[in-house]
Design a protein. Sequence first.
Lengths: 417, 425
Amino acid sequence: MKMEEQPQTRSMPGWQRALNALALPVLALFSALLLSAIFILGSDPVVLTAYAKFLSDPGAALGISWKTIVDAYHALFIGALGDPAVVSKELSEYFATGDTKDLTLAFYPITESLVTATPYIFAGLAVALGFKCGLFNIGAEGQIYVGAATAAFVGYSVEGLPWVIHMPLTFLAGTLAGAVWAGLAGFLKAVRGAHEVINTMMLNYVAFNLVHFLLNGPMKRGGATGHIPISRNILESAYFPAVFPEPLRFHFGFFVALLVAVGVWWFLWKTTLGFEIRTVGANPRAGRYAGINISRNFILAMALSGALAAMAGAGEVMGLNHNLAEGFSPGYGFDSIALAMLGGGHPLGVVLAALLFGTLRAGATKMQSLAGIPIDIISIVQAFVIMFVAAPKIIRWVYRLKGEGGFETVLMRGWGG
Amino acid sequence: MAAITQTLGAGVGALAQRRRGILYALAGIAIIVFFSRDVTPEQLATLGLNTTRSVQLLKLPDIVVPVLPVVWLFGALVFGMGLWELARGFRRPAWLLGVTSFAFLATFLVWAARGTSFSLIGILSASLQLATPILLGALSGVLCERSAVINIAIEGMMLGAAFTSVFVANVTGSVMLGLVAALLTGALLAAWHAVMSIEFKMNQIISGTVINIFATGLTNFLNQRIMQEYTQFNNEMTFPFISQMFPELGRLPILGALLFDQSPIVWLALILLVVVQVALFHTRWGLRTRAVGEHPRAADTLGINVFRVRYVNVILGGMLAGLAGAYFTLGSVGRFDKLMTSGRGFIALAAMIFGNWTPIGAFASSLIFGFADALQVKLQILIGQVNIPSEFLVMLPYIVTMIALAGMVGRVNMPAADGEPYEKQ
C-alpha cells in the first residue's frame, strides 16, 4: 500500500503535496470544534429547554442551536483577531488623520494572540522534541513554573548588571533550571526504566507545591495584598522589551521563540546529536546496534525538552508579567501536547500550531466574557484534536480521504521496563 | 538516586550487599541524629488509641513513651541491621527495607508528638480512607494491564465519575443512583479508551492522555457552567458511615474507628480486592485474561477472543476507576470540586507497578501511599512541632511515587504484551 502510494505523492505538484499534508490537521481541528459544539449546546439551559419542545417546534430548537454556536465561535473569532469592521474603520481613520491611539486598540486582539502564542511555541517545541526521541513529556507545565520561578528570582535578586548581561543571564538561569528538572525524569527513565509520563506528572505536582511554598515564603512580595501570592517585580534590566507602546503587550519574546524554533530545527536535523536523538526516537533498537548510547540520549532529550518548556515560563516572566504569580500559566504546558501533535512534531508545524492555539486561547478568553462559555472548552477541543491526529484513520474514514501518513511517533510501548 | 534505589532494593552480589549494609548503618545514625533535635531528656509522647466518641465500649489507655529512648532504640535497631547485613547478610533484603521504613515512620511519629499527644488511631484510619481510591484505581490498572492494555486514564475516569456522581445524586436525590452514574461514567470513558487503543491501535499512552485531557476539560467546563451557576446541583451527598448505620460497631475499641468509621465504599473496595485477586488467579476468566496479557497470539490460537477479553477488562477497569471517583465525592466530601482527584490516578498506577500487577500487592502499596497522604493531612496539627512547611508534606506522596517507581520498574513481572495492540493474522 505504502509502496504504491509513494510515487504517486511524489509526482504531485508541490502545492498539492502541501495541501495534502495540511488536510489532516485542518480537518482534525474542524472536527474537534464541531464535536465540542455539542458540549456547548448540551450545557446551555436555553438550548435544552428548546429541545424539550423539539417535537412540537423543531425549527426553534435547531435555530437556537445554530445561533448559540455562531455567537460562540463569532466571539472566539473577534476575540482572537479583532473585529474586521473596527480594524478597517480605524485603519482608514489612521490614513486620514494619522491618529494611532484607536488603531492600537483595534489591533489589541491580534497582538494578544501573538502574546499567547509565544509560550506555546516554546512549550510546543519542548513536547515535540521529546516526541522525536520517543519520549512523552507531559510535565511541561511544571517545567514552565520551575523556569519562571528561577527567572523571577534571578531577575529581581541580581542587581547592578547591564541589560545585555542581566537579560540573557535571567533567561539562561530559568532554562537551566527546567533542564535539570526534566533531566531528572530522563535520568530515572534511562537508568531505572521508570516511565517518564508518571515521573513528569509527579514532578508537576512537586513543582506546583514548590512554587506555592516559594511565593508564600522566601519569594513573597513584602506588603503584597490580594488573593494571588506574587513575587517582587524583576528589574528592568531583565526585561524582554515591548515592541509597541502601551497598552499592547506584544514583546520581543515572540521573536526569541521563533529563533529558538529555528535552532531546534537546526539541532535536530543538522547536527550529530540531533540525528542520534531522532534515531533513538525512530527505533531504539537500531540505535543501540549503531552504537548510540540510548540512556544518554534519553537524558539529553528530556533535559532539552525541559529547557524549552522552562523558556516559556522565563519568557512570560521577562516579557509579560515581570513577576512570578501563582497560576500565571493557564495550562500552556498541558495544551502543548495537543499542539505538538497537531504540528506533526516538526518545529515549523509547531510554530504554526502555536499561532493557532494562541489565537484560540486569546479568543476563548473573549468567548468566556461575551458568550459565557468557560475557557475550558479549549481542553475539550484539544482532546479531540489529539485523538484525530493520533488516529488519522478516523478522519480519513469520515472525510473519505485517501493516502497514508499522519502523526508518526514511536513512543515506547508498555512501561519500558 | 539510582545507586540508592538499587541499594535499597534486591540488588545481588557482595558489592551490593556491602553498599547496602553501609547505607542502612548510616540510616540508623541519621535517625538518631535527626530525631534527637529539639528533644529534652524527659520528654514524653502520647499516641492516642481512642476516638473522641463519647460512648465507647472499652476505653484503652494511650501509649505513652519517652521520646529519646525510642529514637535511640529504633536508630540502634536499624544501625545493627546494617552491620549485620555488612557482616553476614540477610537472606531477604526486602525485609531490611520494610523494617527500616517502619522504624523511620514510628520514630518520626513519636518525635513529632514529643511533649504532646497525637491520635495514632486517627492517622491509621485516615490512611485506610486515603488508600481506598488509590487501591480502586490500582485494581482498575491491574484489570486493564493484565489483558495488556495500559490505562493511564485512571485519573480522568476518576475525575469524570466524581463529577457525574455528585450531579446525578443531587438531581435524583439518591446517593445510590449517583454511584451507578459514577460506574457508568467510568465504563463509558473506558469504552472510549478501548475503542481508540484496541480498534484504532492508537498508542495507549496517547489514548489515555486524550481521556485525561478530555475529563479535565469537561469537568472544569461543566463545573463552571452548572455547579457554580446552579449550586443546588452541588449539595453534599454522601453515603452514611458504617458506624452511623450500626452504632454498636462504631463503639468497638480500635476497630470501631479503624474499620467502621468508614464509608461503605471502603468496604466495597476491600471486598473487590479479594474478588479480583481470586478471580484473576483462580477462575477461567482470570486465566484467559492473563493469557491475553502474556501471549495474545497463543491465546488467540486456543480460541480465546483477544479483542473481547480486552474490551471487557478495560470496561470493568473503568468501572473500578469510576468507583474510585465516587469515593472522592459520595464516600468522602460529598461535593465536586475542580481537579479534586489531584493526581491520585497516577499514584494508583505507581501502586499497581509497585504491587507487581497483583491485587494484594497493589493493596499493600496503596496503604503506603495512603499513609504518606494521611501524614500530610494529620501532621498539619503538629506543624509547629515538625517545622516542615506544609507544601513539602503535600509533595510527599508524589515523591514517594517517584522513588517507588524508580526502585521497582525493571525488576517486576509486568504482563509480557503490556501496551502492544493486537493484530489478528
